[in-house]
Write a protein that binds this ligand. Structure first.
Ligand code: AMP
Length: 282
């Protein structure tokens, strides 16, 4: 695996590969890698593409600066994991490389409705920061395929919109399924901060998603939402939202709707650790 810290170096390397006929698969991350991230790298390697992973803990997407300070960093272990996953290129820029002269110099995008609901409402400025960094990374890497995890469902929608707004229709966005622990907990870099008792109850979020899926025959989502919130609270979570939405538009729903693709989404805190998860309703 080749590691680049400078934009001009990675650009030079990738343009030579592209001239030689290679396609590029890109996986942007914030590091503290786990099997979920590695599953994206494996996808990026499909069809012989040059797989590029970036690790950059993006300060502009943290609305809560304490969350940024506590964000796990494990760069040596990440490099080992990427090598074992067969990753070809790691881009490891510093803040000055991504935001030369400060973040106000880098274009930000307006995601409209998507930035007003759920994660957008609970984390003001978060998607603005995501848009800034992913926009910047897309201009640097210019991938053929961009691999994202369904784990961050709303972020996938935001990035799809970003690609559209940037006029980069040549970039194919591939949404990959959420990799879970044996008990259903969605893998997340934040999970490593859970204490043992917190870890034991963390899979309750997944169980709530399953129950939202199972109870769709009941018609009213409001009752199911209340049940989930009560169970989460009883076990010591502070739920931020338990929501049902149209899977294509993210319009919030209070009733299950037949013939509409739906997604259930949950955000909840255990102690100061904020976890999110979602499930497409089958
Ligand atoms: P992060 O470094 O956590 O911001 O995530 C980088 C990419 O990995 C994003 O596209 C995430 O959606 C994806 N990702 C994170 N966790 C998982 C998971 N458990 N399964 C699949 N993809 C994931």
């Amino acid at each position: 695996m080749v590691i680049f810290k400078k934009i001009k170096d990675i650009k030079g390397y990738l343009s030579a590969k592209k001239v030689a006929g290679a396609s590029v698969g890109f996986v942007p991350t914030m590091g503290a890698l786990h099997s979920g991230h590695l599953s994206l790298v494996e996808k990026a390697r499909e069809n012989g593409a040059v797989s590029v992973c970036s690790i950059f803990v993006n300060p502009t997407q943290f609305n809560d600066k304490k969350d940024l300070e506590k964000y796990p960093v494990s760069i040596d272990a990440d490099i080992e994991l990427l090598i074992s996953a067969g990753c070809d290129v790691l881009f490891l820029p510093d803040v000055e490389e991504i935001y030369p002269g400060g973040e106000s110099n880098i274009k930000a995008y307006d995601f409209g409705y998507l930035d007003t609901v759920l994660e957008g409402a609970k984390r003001p400025g978060h998607f603005r920061g995501v848009g800034q960094v992913v926009g910047r990374l897309l201009e640097i890497v210019e991938p053929d395929h961009l691999y994202l995890g369904q784990k961050d469902y709303q972020q996938c929608m935001v990035i799809k919109k970003l690609v559209e707004m940037m006029g980069m229709s040549q970039v194919k966005v591939v949404i990959c399924q959420t990799v879970r622990e044996a008990d259903g907990l969605a893998m997340s870099s934040r999970n490593r901060r859970l204490t043992e008792p917190q870890r034991v109850i963390a899979s309750l979020i997944y169980q709530c998603l399953i129950s939202i899926q199972t109870k769709q025959v009941s018609g009213s989502f409001e009752i199911v939402r209340k049940e989930c919130e009560d169970i989460l609270k009883a076990k010591g979570f502070a739920p931020e939202y338990v929501a049902l939405a149209d899977a294509n538009s993210l319009t919030l729903l209070s009733e299950y709707k037949q013939d509409t693709p739906m997604v259930a989404l949950i955000a909840a805190k255990i102690g100061d650790i904020r976890l999110i998860d979602n499930m497409l309703l089958a």
